[in-house]
Design a binder for this molecule. Sequence first.
Ligand code: BEZ
Length: 248
Amino acid sequence: MKEFNEDRNCDCYDEEQFPMPRIGDKAPEFEANSTQGLVKFPEQYKGKWVIFFSHPADFTPVCTSEFMTFAAMEKKFKQANCELLGLSVDGLYSHIAWLRTIKEKIEYKGMKDMEVKFPLIDDISMNVAKRFGMIQPGESATSAVRAVFFIDPKGIIRAIIYYPLSLGRNFDEIYRALVGLQTADAFSVATPADWQPGDDVIVPPAGSCGTAKDRMAGKGADKCYDWFFCTRKIGKGEIEKKLFKKKK
Ligand code: BEZ
């Protein structure tokens, strides 16, 4: 593991200048160059969810496997009104060369000819990465950790996941978390452990199982495990109808 953690204990990061972003905060605004031209965030993403994620370095194996997986799922995220936005502290020409190599040369787990169409930000100055708490010197002072920010259509950070350099992300979980957040907003519910679309959801407020009338109207609980823990059904089709864009 030494080679992954060689920057530990570096004191070159000013936490006062760059406080860690938190859930519920407005996402920092920025403009940056990317493989798809200038990115103005959040201006050009109004009305959309954004998954803003960082990776440690171009031309590295874990990151390559992640980019191929994300590129393969991009359409699915778009159908859920969500745009993908990547960042590393490499320069634009490195990004372009890496993405070209992925498309032209890499075949991995049945994925080949993978074109990364979403923007990959050039953040060689680390200005953007630092504002999003993507530089975590205990892990690496010279590259970003694997951060994932879920940012809603109003530009609010709704969830954050950080992974260390050596651990590739689970993209099914990232998609599940996105749809879980959207479902919670759209239906005023919460989602239980390991929830997947189609599973029962938790109905607020805790302690109220709803009246018989509510139940008839489909608003109340179908089942209560105790006074504080009630659930109701929302079918996968109902979620898809409410959340997802129609295929063109
Ligand atoms: C990788 O993506 O394989 C990687 C990047 C930085 C450090 C360790 C692994």
